[in-house]
Each structure stands twice: as structure tokens, then as C-alpha cells.
Design a protein around this ligand. Sequence first.
Ligand SMILES: NC(=O)c1ccc[n+]([C@@H]2O[C@H](COP(=O)([O-])OP(=O)(O)OC[C@H]3O[C@@H](n4cnc5c(N)ncnc54)[C@H](O)[C@@H]3O)[C@@H](O)[C@H]2O)c1
Ligand SMILES: O=P(O)(O)OC[C@@H](O)[C@@H](O)[C@H](O)[C@H](O)CO
Length: 482
Amino acid sequence: MKRIHEVYQKKNYPEKILQIGEGNFLRAFVDWMVYKMNQETDFNGSVVVVQPLKEGIIEKLEQQNGLYTLYLNGIKNGEVASEHAIIDVISRTINPYVQFDAYLQTAENPELRFVVSNTTEAGIVFDEGDQLEDRPQNSFPAKLTALLYHRYKTFNGDPTKGLIFIPCELIDKNGEKLKEIMLRHAGLWELGEGFVTWMDTANTFCNSLVDRIVPGYPKEKMQEIREELGYEDDMVVEGEPFHLWVIEGPQRIKEEFPADRAGLNVLFVEDLSPYRTRKVRILNGAHTCMVPVAYLYGKDTVREAIEDPLVGKFVKDTIFNEIIPTLELSREELVNFANAVLDRFRNPFIKHYLMSISLNSMSKFKTRVLPSILQYQESKKLLPNRLVFSLAALIGFYRGDRDGIKIDLKDDADILELYRDVWAAYDGTRLGLEMLVEQVLAYDKVWKVNLNEVEGLHKQVTDYLALILEKGMQEAVKELVS
Ligand SMILES: NC(=O)c1ccc[n+]([C@@H]2O[C@H](COP(=O)([O-])OP(=O)(O)OC[C@H]3O[C@@H](n4cnc5c(N)ncnc54)[C@H](O)[C@@H]3O)[C@@H](O)[C@H]2O)c1
Ligand SMILES: O=P(O)(O)OC[C@@H](O)[C@@H](O)[C@H](O)[C@H](O)CO
């Protein structure tokens, strides 16, 4: 069978976007949007993709001339929708670890206008070891500072040659944080007042919030997909039709990034925090809460979990009774959003594995679930049972065993070490369990506070964990939801 680049001829669009990250999400979201804008409007732009880490899949993408097939499968306006398209907007790929000059030279292109990124929650970080002379710098903000400085010098500080940065990382104030770190590098590297002023005035850093479920490469369906497509494609990516990109930035960007004219759900707003809180607490919060409970219960995917009468009820009650009451938005709007999220979780086409969501569950619990627990307690003066149960389940999950089979835990090495130690020290007694929970709740490297100080939390987590250990997750959930 022929390969995708042997059957499809790519068009040439000017390079207008620099993309840091070659992951599934960006390819199913931003690159798809660029494809749509090229089809529906006069955007006429392509994307240069830079691999942020030394290891990655850029070579595979390059071998296909940057082409790949995107499947969007799900329910759209109540109807089954399945569509696919060849995304042809990646002009070329760059691995800065072997093509550093080519990486810097992208800054010399006067038509370059946007920088998008998605480097997971671990990407927007300051690395004090990074230097301007490094080829390349370690962190992605440092790499970008070097690139922007090169642009500043190339165009002699021309105020019209600034860039618009729209990071997609799921962290609060992603644009502001990126800018803050880049300014820090500019200061440490002594790049000069002129550059700092240019960075500040000629460039725009937008905060943004993305929403689309992208499980990625549909491994199990590949045989069927190959037959349907009639060509080989190692970079197929699958996502849902739903998409929302909320960008906190000036309305004028719309002129240059005509997503709305392409019929895309891209909003330019003054304040994205209500959208962010709603999405992170309800959608991501429900995912993170459901993972340890549903996985130890015996489920493997989000859909299986939501369709199980008991686990499904656990998730729905958690959202409607314990998360929504902590949010300061109109209840009607929240209920509508939550119902839509539940429909997305039920998407019959998509296998969203609980284990893939489980990556870095501790920090996800801290940002996506803990605020709901704390706000619930503050306003109602009692703890939300199901959210606390999911914390107990999380501690049980990190024991790393499902019915005698090892769980492939993925988290920071020191978190995994913490759990290895506390579970190894557990002697099977109530006192032993209390000590174990105390140590986990005291792990302020993740929690940033000592959770043992939250009134009643230590006892309730210990009680639920004892229940899970004694009766198993299935019985424990049954008792909880009834
Ligand atoms: N998949 C989804 O449904 C979805 C939806 C919305 C948001 N997201 C967000 O997108 C992120 C990436 O998801 P994906 O599905 O594309 O994953 P992926 O594994 O396909 O891609 C991860 C990307 O992040 C880069 N990366 C990882 N660690 C990094 C680091 N320390 N520094 C710099 N770059 C780093 C990798 O090089 C790669 O480009 C997730 O963490 C999530 O926050 C994902
Ligand atoms: O992508 P992660 O690993 O940060 O989180 C897992 C999911 O909660 C997440 O990918 C959602 O599906 C996504 O945020 C929906 O927009």
C-alpha cells in the first residue's frame, strides 16, 4: 500500500505559525484550525513544527512530509458525526537538537506572526541553567527567548515584526507565565533594555484555554482505517468534533487569525477565567476523580465508566452535587455544560483510556479537584463525600495493583517513591493506615499546604481507604452511591 505523502500532494502556504510541540493535541486542534482557515478564508498560512524535547516523533512526521489524517468522531448536534481529512498545513518540521540554525532562522521570516505551543503542564518552566549560547537551551521558554532575540536583531527592533504568542498548555495564565519566564531569561542573559521593551510592546502574549478530547492514535482501529483510506499513515490522530479555544487577547487578532470566519468555535475575550474554571473543575476534574475509582473498579475507558450504573452515578453525583455548587457561575449554564460533558464522555467512537488520563494524577488532583474540596468545605462547613472518596481511591491507586496486576503508574519519580515507601511500610493495621494517609496528605511538594490541617479530611480519607481495602472498590462504590 502507498504511503500518505505518495498519494497526496501538499500545497505551499507561507509559513505564518511556529508551533512548539508535535503532540496529538496540537495536530488535532490548532493544525486542524489552520487547515479550516486555509479552506474557508484567505488565511493562506502554514505551520513550522518544532520538537520541544530531544526525543519525539517529529522524524516520523517528516517522513510523511508533515501530512497526516485527522478523524473527528462523535455526536454533533445530536447526530452521529464522523469525518476525516488530510491535514496539509505543516510546511516542515525542525528538531532543534540537530537543526539549531534552522530553528533560529525561522525568526528571520517576516511573514511569521504566531507562536503556539503545547508542551504539557511540565513545559512552561524556568530553567536557570539555560544560557543564550546553548544549542539548544533546555526549556522551551528559553528556546523561545533565544529565537525572539534573534528576530529582534534581524529586524533591528522593528515594532511591526513582533509575534503573537498563544500557548495552549493547561495551566492558569499560560501566556503571562510564558512572558514572565522569557523576560527573566532576557534579564539574566543581559539582552538589553531595547529588547525587553520590544518584547513587551511589539509582541502579544495571550492566555488561552483549549478544549477538545483527543485520545490520539487509534491503535485498535488502524486495520479498518487503512482499508478505508487506501494509504498508510503512521500519524493518524483521532479526536471529538467538539472544540473550543478561548483566547484572552485583543479583538484585532481576529483580523489576522480569522477562525470565526472559518466557522470555528474560537472566542476572543477579555477574561477567560470563568471558562477555565468551568472546564478544569467539571471536565478535567471529573476525569481525574473518575480515574482511580473506575480503574480499580475494573473499568478501562471513560465511556465504560460513565455507562456503568454505579460508577456513572458516582461521577454524575460528584459533578452536580459537589463540583457545581462550588462554582460562581449561573447554575443553568453550569448544568448545561456538565450535561454536554457527560455526552462527550459517552462518545461511542472514542476509546479514552483511563490510564492515559492517569498521567501525573497527583498534580492534576491538586489543580483540578482539590479546589472543589476546599471551596465546598469552606461554604458548606462539611467535606464533599465523593471528592474525598476519590482522594482515598487515588492513594489506593498509587499502591500500583489492580486485582494482582501491576498498574503502570506514571508520575514524578519522587511521588512514585513516596508511594512505594508508604505502602511498603503499611502493616495492615488501622494505625498503619492513619500514618500512611498522614504522610500523603503532608506531601506539600504537590499540595503546597499540609492537607492534614483541613478539618476532618485525614479521618474521612482514612475511613474511605479502609473501606476500599477491606471490601474492594466495587463494594465501596456501591456503599458510597447508595
Ligand atoms: N489529549 C487531549 O485530549 C488534550 C486536550 C486538551 C488539552 N490537552 C493538553 O495537551 C497536553 C499534551 O497532550 P497530547 O495529547 O498532545 O500529548 P502528546 O504526548 O501527544 O504530546 C506531548 C507534547 O508535549 C511535549 N512535552 C512533554 N513534556 C515536555 C517538557 N517537559 N517540556 C517541553 N515539552 C514537553 C512533547 O515533546 C510533545 O510535543 C496534555 O498534557 C494536556 O494538558 C490534551
Ligand atoms: O490531557 P491531560 O493529561 O492534561 O488530561 C486528561 C484529560 O482530562 C484531558 O485531556 C481532557 O480530555 C481535555 O482537557 C479536554 O479538553
